[in-house]
Write a protein that binds this ligand. Structure first.
Ligand code: TEU
Ligand code: CA
Length: 578
């Protein structure tokens, strides 16, 4: 076997977005005590690890991805004592806790930035990326508070991921700072060794508390091309500017330094969010040599623009195509083999709901198709991630007005494309939000059919999806055929069968218009050869399939009551061990 065994390769991760998970004190905002109250639920599902979206002190411009204090807890979420209790209670149950590490940028309310913006010679000035205005002639007396002037003199034409220029002019010192995300998220200057010292100290501090790993936010973006050249206009940091921001000149050097100074000292897992990272590059970030990270999240199968003919940027109403999803995932499966470990996900807090996007969320097919896509993903090679609510088949949300949206990405995109540039109608933009907006994933967790879906006794910070009366945890736990018990079974199978973890991935039926099929094969000394054959029908039609006709073996899992020889029923999924 070429893969070295590791607990995090055999684990299944459950992702919690704390703000929307469970509210313990009736203020309408999910919190740490709420999570503690639901640990047994996560345990019942069978997951091994909980990844918490950011819980640090933050003004919440981007719901916690703008950190004001890395060593303190967000006031609404609780206290450090609550966190210590959460960690202890998780460990008692054999659950591990992975923290979100957001170190490409901080909040503009972080003490480092408050200092940095004070003066050009402040000791913290170089913690961030400051540049002079461009093309200013000597003796220029123009009014620099004029947004138009600021726009015209920005250091280069880079666009923020959240719309508009990636540069913000700061009156105090007459320079601009870089922000790849919102203007309240200034980018840290990783070229400065003092920044790295502070970040590594902070990481060691959390590791010494006993946390079990880090999910590293946009870690591929920490090293920028130092000449800060213009990119092609209007392409955002992920478009043609990608070469200047993603996978920059020193990113691997810095991650190796992080590995030496922090990661290698603890038995922790790491997953890098690898925005703009190709398969070849991923084999460096997550190489089996262990010099950098354990694994990465890649974006190729979820990048709206690529898989569904987007209208503007990621904004689209078109369903993803099976042929694209399959060829992309297969490419990563086979490309990582023997070189690096991968991660598996359909959704997260930045993506629409899995069943709405990849399955079929109509009442007729929701449950069966949710099980189908789960089967399709969980038998692949890599560490699977389940995003809160995915395990009960929660669906996308409909928003009828931009006022009802919370996400800064959505609100800024609306302002730019609808209000300012008239590139798309309000109605069409809102339909795009319904399909791919991040708010879909951020509505409160649906626990029961009582008021506010059991998420809070107060007024929830964000609208509950009205379908909570049918789709909720209580219902799922009472129904042996629910999506929940199917996920429970998939997770249990992964724990039981080494072939599901370490087996080699072999694509099948790569030209099919409707079926995603593959094998996993493990030939272990002493244990003999084990093969799992998986086939999933991605359509609402019965389709011919002869894969199982002459296959002898044990059916590990299926989502239909009975099979029809020579066919797969609509959204049927099957896995056979032989
Ligand atoms: O996401 C970065 C990222 O590359 C995208 O998913 C991005 O958020 C955008 O939605 C693409 O359309 C990470 C976090 O997961 C996200 O929640 C944060 O907003 C972002 O970084 C900034 O910290
Ligand atoms: Ca609360």
């Amino acid at each position: 076997m070429s893969d070295k065994r590791a607990w995090w390769k055999e684990a299944v991760i459950y992702q919690i977005y704390p703000r929307s998970f469970a509210d313990s004190n009736g203020d309408g905002i999910g919190d740490l005590n709420g999570i503690i109250g639901k640990l047994d639920y996560v345990k019942k599902l069978g997951a091994d690890v909980i990844w918490l979206n950011p819980i640090y002190k933050s003004p919440n411009d981007d719901n916690g991805y703008d950190i004001a204090d890395y060593r303190d807890i967000m006031t609404e979420f609780g206290t450090m004592a609550d966190f210590d209790r959460l960690l202890a209670e998780a460990h008692i149950r054999g659950l591990r806790i992975v923290m979100d590490l957001v170190v490409n940028h901080t909040s503009d309310e972080n003490a480092w930035f408050i200092e940095s913006r004070k003066s050009k010679d402040n000791p913290y000035r170089d913690f961030y990326i400051w540049k002079d205005p461009k093309n200013v002639s000597e003796g220029d007396t123009a009014d620099r508070s004029d947004p138009k002037w600021q726009d015209e003199h920005a250091p280069n034409n880079w666009e923020s991921c959240f719309s508009g220029s990636a540069w913000q002019y700061d009156q105090t010192t007459g320079q601009y700072y870089l922000h790849c995300f919102s203007k309240k998220q200034p980018d840290l200057n990783w070229e400065n060794p003092k920044v790295r010292d502070e970040v590594f100290d902070m990481m060691n501090w959390w590791c010494q508390k006993g946390i079990d790993g880090f999910r590293m936010d946009v870690i591929s973006m920490i090293s920028k091309v130092q000449s800060y050249p213009d990119g092609k206009v209007n392409d955002g940091v992920y478009g043609d500017l990608n070469p200047y921001v993603c996978n920059g000149p020193h990113v691997h050097e810095y991650l190796q330094e992080m590995n030496r100074r922090v990661l290698s000292k603890y038995d922790i897992m790491t997953v890098g969010e690898a925005a703009g990272v190709t398969l070849e590059q991923a084999t460096h970030y997550a190489n089996n040599d262990g010099a950098e990270l354990g694994m990465v999240f890649h974006f190729e199968h979820t990048d709206g623009g690529q898989n569904s003919d987007a209208m503007i940027g990621k904004w689209s109403v078109n369903p993803p195509k099976l042929s694209y999803i399959r060829s992309t995932l297969n490419k990563w499966q086979t490309g990582l083999e023997g070189k690096a470990w991968g991660s598996l996900y359909w959704d997260n807090h930045d993506q629409p709901r899995a069943v709405s996007r990849f399955g079929n969320d109509s009442p007729e097919w929701r449950v069966r198709s949710a099980k189908m896509i789960a089967t399709c993903l969980h038998f692949q090679k890599g560490t699977p991630y389940v995003y809160q609510g995915e395990e009960i088949g929660m669906t996308n949300m409909h928003f009828s007005s931009v006022e009802d949206c919370n996400d800064i990405e959505e609100r800024n995109a609306y302002r730019q494309y609808v209000t300012e540039q008239h590139m798309i109608s309000s109605e069409d933009m809102l339909r795009c939000f319904d399909h791919v907006g991040r708010d879909n994933a951020r509505t409160p967790m649906q626990w029961n059919d009582g008021p506010q879906a059991g998420f809070t006794t107060g007024t929830p910070w964000f609208t509950v999806n009205p379908n909570y009366r049918e789709i909720n945890v209580e219902q799922a736990l009472a129904d042996p055929d629910s999506v929940f018990y199917y996920y429970q079974k998939l997770i249990a199978l992964r724990h039981k069968l080494p072939v599901m973890v370490y087996g080699k991935f072999i694509p099948l039926l790569e030209d099919s218009d409707s079926i995603y099929a593959y094998r996993r094969v493990l030939d272990e000394e002493g244990a003999g050869k084990q093969t799992i054959t998986v086939a999933c029908n991605w359509t609402d039609q019965k389709v011919p399939c002869s894969l199982f006709d002459d296959l002898q073996g044990e059916e590990l899992i299926t989502n239909v009551d009975s099979h029809e020889k020579g066919f797969l029923l609509p959204y049927e999924a099957r896995a056979i061990l032989s």
